[in-house]
Design a protein around this ligand. Structure first.
Ligand code: FRU
Length: 735
């Protein structure tokens, strides 16, 4: 059979094959034999002609450099127009063949654009059929999926196939393989398949297959489309079930409409309704669930959004894909907490709409009701977010109870500046009595800028200035900007403005209500891995006994949790500060004091001189969730070493560096001493050193049964001034 396939891949030749193939005991009639038009198994395209750059010299043998893993092709080779990346374009054209079967089936994947990314069938000089890939927004999957055309009406006619890549942006490529003429009807793909529900419970449970083909699923209520999501629906066995919250439409008729479904798919029929999350017996105690890091019950999270203290609660909104394990369908999920440690997830509050998916943004309390959305003397909570459609705009939603949110009817409040504008973060600037927004604006050629806009009512904004870069004009701040003022050494009279962005680098400078003037070029923020798009809370109430309010940041902690019905989480809440160093003021990160409520059992050790070969002081402590605090003078030790459940945390006094799980960061001694704080959760460790100058988040999947802790020195004796180990409890239990 292989031989025949290879022969057939010479498209023309294939058509002359008219024989019967004897197989063990059965006979396949010539007129029903499959005709392989192309299987792309060789090193060249044979009689297909490639133009442009996108297709290279021959079929790809798998994933190309910088491409996500490609799966689902047949055999070893396939057409992959990612040669040279998304930006390359071209066409690949077969020679003519005659249509001899009722169907042409093929495998297709990659970007979605019917015009620019298409597999086309041309018959007698006319374009008669086309197909494209499934992905139109970032995320998604490179998987090829089977599709077919009914071509019975063209039998006997001369045809050719053209693979077109005229797209250069994100998902600007196509994957194609195994193009076959056949008489056995491939499984029918049904279009716009619907199922009706009378809503009598909070959730509809959608079956999800991670990495499966994406289908557009529309929720309609009483005939009106409410929201559209691209969902990897499971056609048979689900990896997990995504709850769709339909409680807003109790008693009404809801319809789920799927754009494409194979006829044997059980995706729609398997959906059940209930008031609880499906398979939730072990909710929050799953083996890879961070126990004191926020993560959504189900689905994917990325950036923290809308962080604010309002009506006695901390609010955390977050970039949420409720229907996928990977990025996509951006909603704003919502959780509240009394202490930033124990969170209760409430459900999604901003759903994608006709302005696009809901990208990152912020929240502020409008104390003086400048927006007019307040009611009965209650200051409104205002959300400012990016609606990332085309155009990509900034919009507003408001609430007076911190639970239900209404999108402003005058949206958008800021039109598109450039297609890449996003992630508004707003503060109240008391000296000039106005709202100030920092907004990421991507200029041509990917040049990163932060636009500073001002407003008196949160609805009308004007651009006050543009931060093009550091004092040398080099761009340095990317998406998700944040700007706030911090005291130096806790001294209310000496302050600096901090402008920071997604990768946590920052600039210190001055700000007069219109213009940020940086003092120097970029400074390093966190020193670890997997920390991104952090944001600080707005409106945290003043702390008794302090001259300044706390500035508390939470970042997106990028730990993959494979096999779980959720993915990624948030970091610990981090109190930011500025302390004086030899180089000037520098930012510090400290775990918030509220985390102390997690401690269940404390092991306090006496000060000690620790020499190589000494017994492990932590021998008796066994803990899964753990906080370690140590202060030492390095003495003659070359290395001060902690092994926390297999995560090595090593301090090197000579280099004044700390290494966490092999990742090294500068960690200067402070007054000849070093103090280190280690938090270890199921999804990683966060290490703080040098009075907070060094913060090393490290994503990591721990092994539940390893509860061992070691502490030792190498090369000499260290003077341990204090050592505490705290066993911690899960934050998912009510405090
Ligand atoms: C950062 C980011 C933001 C955007 C959001 C979309 O991770 O790309 O710039 O608003 O994620 O989910």
């Amino acid at each position: 059979m292989n031989f025949i396939k290879r022969m057939n891949s010479l498209a023309n030749l294939a058509l002359t094959l008219a024989w019967t193939i004897g197989t063990a005991g059965s006979t396949l009639l010539a007129q029903d034999a499959e005709i392989v038009i192309a299987d792309f198994e060789g090193s060249s395209y044979l009689d297909w002609k490639a133009n442009g750059q996108a297709f290279g010299d021959g079929p790809a043998k798998g994933t190309l450099p910088n491409q996500m893993a490609v799966e689902g092709f047949s055999g070893k080779g396939f057409v992959n127009s990612f040669v040279g990346g998304d930006k390359s374009m071209g066409t690949l054209v077969s020679s003519d063949f005659s249509i001899q079967r009722n169907y042409i089936s093929f495998l297709i994947g990659g970007g979605k654009d019917e015009e620019k990314l298409a597999l086309q069938l041309w018959v007698e000089g006319k374009l008669v059929r086309k197909a494209t890939g499934p992905n139109s927004s970032p995320g998604g999957s490179e998987k090829l999926a089977p599709e077919f055309w009914d071509v019975a009406e063209f039998i006997g006619k001369k045809a050719s196939i053209r693979i077109v890549d005229q797209a250069a942006g994100s998902w600007g490529h196509l994957n194609v393989d195994h193009i076959v003429q056949t008489n056995s009807k491939p499984l029918q793909t049904q279009h716009d398949v619907e199922r009706k529900f009378v809503v009598d419970a909070r959730y509809l449970h959608l079956p999800i297959k991670n990495g499966g083909p994406k289908r557009m699923v529309t929720l309609l209520v009483e005939g009106k489309p409410i929201v559209r999501n691209e969902i990897e629906l499971a056609d048979d066995q689900a990896d997990w079930w995504a709850p769709m919250d339909v409680s807003a439409w109790m008693g009404k008729t809801a319809v789920l409409r799927v754009d494409k479904l194979p006829s044997n798919s059980t995706a729609l029929t398997s959906i059940e309704a209930s008031n609880a999350i499906k398979n939730s017996e072990n909710l929050y105690s799953e083996t890879q669930r961070g126990q004191f890091h926020f993560s959504p019950m189900r689905g994917w999270n990325n950036d923290p959004n809308g962080m604010v203290y309002y009506n006695g609660e901390y609010h955390l909104f977050f970039q949420h894909n409720p229907y996928g394990w990977s990025w996509g369908n951006m909603h704003w999920g919502h959780a509240v907490s009394k202490d930033m440690v124990h969170w209760e997830e409430l459900g999604d509050k901003l759903l994608p709409d006709e302005q696009g998916p809901m990208f990152s943004g912020c929240a502020v309390v409008d104390w003086k009701n400048s927006s007019g959305f307040g009611k009965d003397g209650k200051p409104p909570l205002i959300l400012l977010y990016t609606a990332a459609g085309n155009p990509t705009v900034q919009s507003l939603a408001w609430s007076t109870d911190g639970r239900s949110f209404t999108k402003y009817s005058g949206n958008p409040i800021i039109p598109q500046i450039t297609a890449g504008n996003r992630d508004p973060k707003v503060i109240w600037h008391a000296p000039t009595k106005q709202w100030v927004m920092v907004l990421y604006v991507e200029k041509p050629a990917g040049r990163h800028t932060v636009h500073i806009l001002t407003s008196t009512d949160l609805k009308q904004w004007k651009v006050a200035s543009v931060v093009e870069g550091d004092p040398m004009g080099r761009p340095f701040l990317f998406e998700c900007p944040d700007m706030f003022e911090l005291p130096v050494d806790g001294n209310g009279r000496d302050k600096r403005w901090v402008l920071t962005a997604a990768n946590s680098e920052y600039a210190l400078g001055s700000f007069d209500g219109k213009k940020f003037v940086p003092e120097q070029t970029r400074l390093a923020g966190h020193r670890g891995r997997g920390f991104y798009a952090a944001q600080t809370f707005s409106d945290i109430p003043p702390t008794v006994g302090r001259t300044d309010d706390r500035r508390i940041q939470i970042g997106w902690f990028q730990t993959e949790t494979r096999g779980m019905p959720f993915n990624q989480s948030m970091t610990l809440p981090l109190e930011l500060g500025l302390i004086t160093t030899e180089d000037g003021p520098r930012m510090t990160f400290q775990p918030v004091k509220e985390l102390q409520s997690l401690r269940t059992r404390t092991h306090n050790f006496n000060a000690m001189d620790l020499s190589p070969g000494a017994p492990n002081p932590l021998d008796k402590v066994k803990a899964e969730l753990v906080e370690v605090r140590v202060e030492f003078e390095p003495g003659t030790a070359h290395e001060i070493v902690f092994n926390i459940r297999d995560v090595m945390v090593i301090y090197y006094p000579a280099k004044q560096e700390i290494s966490v799980a092999g990742h090294t960061a500068p960690a200067p001694l402070r007054d000849g001493k070093q103090s280190i704080i280690i938090y270890c959760d199921r999804i990683g460790t966060e290490v703080f050193a040098s009075d907070g100058l060094t913060y090393v988040p490290t994503p990591y999947n721990t092994k539940a049964d390893n509860k061992n802790l070691y502490f030792e020195t190498r090369g000499g004796t260290a003077k341990v001034l204090s050592l505490e180990v705290h066993e911690l409890k899960s934050a998912w239990n009510k405090p």
